[in-house]
Ligand binder design. Structure first.
Ligand SMILES: [Zn+2]
Ligand SMILES: [Zn+2]
Length: 144
């Protein structure tokens, strides 16, 4: 699956709500997803998480983060001052995920699919025409 054609080209910049943590990304996304799973709902205090992933080597993060391990496969990094979730770090790949809402221009990257829609809140209607999968994505991340 290609990147969403409505994305603007890199670089991308973003950060947490208080500004103590900032990041810069020098590559196109290798996959952008809206996750409706219960862990993302809880971790983001939100009905879903829209997140884009990038090759680790293309990312610079500045400022101190704290982290917790939400599953065997994932660290979630957040700003210890304001609590914003900033980075998702899978243990099984050389990539980092950044919530689209933390981008300085949150419209610059668009989702490509919805995953874990089996846990989607029923009052949220999806009308964007993107593929929907009941659990994880059947498609791997693109190679950079
Ligand atoms: Zn902060
Ligand atoms: Zn999730």
């Amino acid at each position: 699956m290609p990147a969403n054609p409505f994305n603007t080209p890199p670089p991308y910049e973003g950060g947490c709500a208080c500004g103590a943590v900032r990041y810069r990304i020098e590559a196109e996304t290798i996959g952008s997803r809206v996750c409706h799973c219960r862990i993302c709902q809880k971790a983001m205090a939100s009905p879903f998480l829209a997140v884009a992933s990038f090759p680790k080597k293309a990312v610079t993060v500045t400022g101190e983060t704290a982290r917790w391990r939400s599953s065997e496969r994932l660290w979630r990094h957040f700003c210890p001052k304001c609590g914003s979730s900033v980075t998702l770090e899978p243990l099984d790949g050389d990539r980092l995920g950044f919530p689209l809402a933390t981008l300085d221009d949150p419209q610059s990257i668009n989702p490509e699919m919805h995953i874990w829609v089996s846990a989607k809140v029923p009052w949220l209607m999806l009308s964007d025409g993107l593929p929907q999968y009941p659990e994880g994505s059947p498609e791997p991340y693109r190679t950079a």
